[in-house]
Every structure is written in structure tokens, then in C-alpha cells.
Design a protein around this ligand. Structure first.
Ligand SMILES: O=C(CO)[C@H](O)[C@H](O)COP(=O)(O)O
Ligand SMILES: [Fe+2]
Length: 220
């Protein structure tokens, strides 16, 4: 698939979501951060808003569920029309069953790891996943500083995907900008979430294109 950019709408104008998404036609996906004020200390939006937005976005939605009861809710986001659904490893009680349920609903299944969660215990699970999200900030808020300490885990994830001959995408999320995206691409990421970098830019779509070009140059 090559390099893909999935802007997060967390720092967009939430009162005009469909318009905000229309400002980024070059994006491959639209990243939607769902927070429940339990798994993370912040509350954003849920299933009805995601369902409504999926009907107005020209790109598929990439739902990032920062919620405690992932086993119960994640398949519903696939059913609501998301193209990709990411649950957190720290929240899922039965990740294999959950990944299979998401895929059965026709969406890509993805699992996220917080900065302190290692990838090695999940090696056998990789074949069940279409994507792994390596968080590069503590989940909960946009606009945080990129954590370089997450890069070795990204390299390990890339080695494991190669070792098993898989096509699992590796996504990074948190503090991704023109300044940090090269490091992520060099370490093996191929899907890049960028929230504040895109929506604080004067021309958000030009920023999406610049991020993509920078990651492509670093990955080759
Ligand atoms: O999952 C997230 C936070 O938990 C967001 O997707 C992420 O922080 C995007 O925002 P930014 O690019 O500003 O860091
Ligand atoms: Fe996110």
C-alpha cells in the first residue's frame, strides 16, 4: 500500500466535522479518536457521531477506540461503517475474538499499544491483525510532544512483521509532524496519524501532502 496519511480530527473544529474532513481531500483515511473518560482522562465522541460522519466523508474512517469496554463496542464501530477499527491491547479481554469479530463485519482489525506496553507478548497475535498502532504519546490528548522512546518498539514490530511474512500495517499516532515523521518512517511505520500538525496548518491539505512526501522520501 505504501505510505498513508490519516489526519486526526481531534483538534479540528468539532462543530463542523463534515466541513473539516472536506478540507483534506489528499488524506487516505480520517482518524477518529473515541475516548470514554475511563480508559483515558478525556471524553470525545461516540458511535452516533462516527456513524453520521462516515456518511459524509469521502475517505474511510479509521476509528481509534480509547475505551475500557473494547470487547463490547469495537465490532459496533465496524458495523457503523468504519474501514478500520483499532482497540487497545490494554483494554481488550479477548483480543483474538475481537479482531475476528471486526474482520467479520468487513473492517480492518487493528490493535494499539500505549508507550509502556511491549510488542513481544503479542507476536502470535499479529496474523490476526491488519494493523498495529504504536502510540507515540500517552493517549488522551492531541498536541502532545512526540516520544522518541517509542521508536525501538516500532523497529521491533517491523522486524516481527517481516519475520512472519505478514502485510500488517504499522501506524504511529501522537506528535507526528514534519519534524518527527522521518524518524517514524525510517523505523518502519507506513501509516501516519497527524492531528494538530494538519489542523493547525494554514492549508491542511498541503500539510497532508508534505507529510506524505517527507515520509516517502525517508522510507526509501
Ligand atoms: O490518539 C490520539 C491522542 O490520544 C490522537 O490521535 C493524537 O494525539 C493526534 O493528535 P496530535 O497529532 O496532535 O498528537
Ligand atoms: Fe488517535
Amino acid at each position: 500500500m505504501g505510505i498513508q496519511i490519516t489526519p486526526s480530527i481531534l483538534n479540528a473544529d468539532l462543530s463542523r466535522l463534515a466541513d473539516e474532513v472536506a478540507r483534506i481531500p489528499s488524506a487516505d483515511w480520517v482518524h477518529v479518536d473515541v475516548m470514554d473518560n475511563h480508559f483515558v482522562p478525556n471524553l470525545t465522541l461516540g458511535l452516533p457521531v462516527v456513524e453520521a460522519l462516515s456518511k459524509h466523508a469521502s475517505q474511510p474512517l479509521d476509528a481509534h477506540l480509547m475505551i475500557e469496554d473494547a470487547d463490547r463496542w469495537a465490532p459496533a464501530y465496524a458495523e457503523a461503517g468504519c474501514g478500520s477499527v483499532t482497540f487497545h491491547a490494554e483494554a481488550a479481554k479477548a483480543p483474538v475474538r475481537l479482531a475476528r469479530e471486526i474482520r467479520a463485519q468487513g473492517a480492518r482489525a487493528s490493535m494499539a499499544l500505549k508507550p509502556a506496553t511491549p510488542i513481544e507478548p503479542y507476536e502470535a497475535l499479529l496474523a490476526e491483525l491488519d494493523m498495529v498502532l504504536i502510540m507515540t504519546v500517552e493517549p488522551g490528548f492531541g498536541g502532545q510532544k512526540f516520544l522518541d522512546l517509542c521508536l525501538p518498539k516500532l523497529r521491533t514490530a517491523r522486524e516481527l512483521v517481516r519475520k512472519h511474512g505478514l502485510e500488517t500495517w504499522l501506524q504511529v499516532d501522537g506528535g507526528v509532524s514534519l519534524e518527527t515523521i522521518e524518524r517514524c518512517a525510517e523505523a518502519g511505520a507506513d501509516v501516519f496519524v497527524a492531528g494538530s500538525a494538519v489542523y493547525s496548518a494554514e492549508d491542511p491539505d498541503a500539510m497532508v501532502q508534505a507529510l506524505k512526501a517527507t515520509a516517502e522520501a525517508a522510507a526509501t
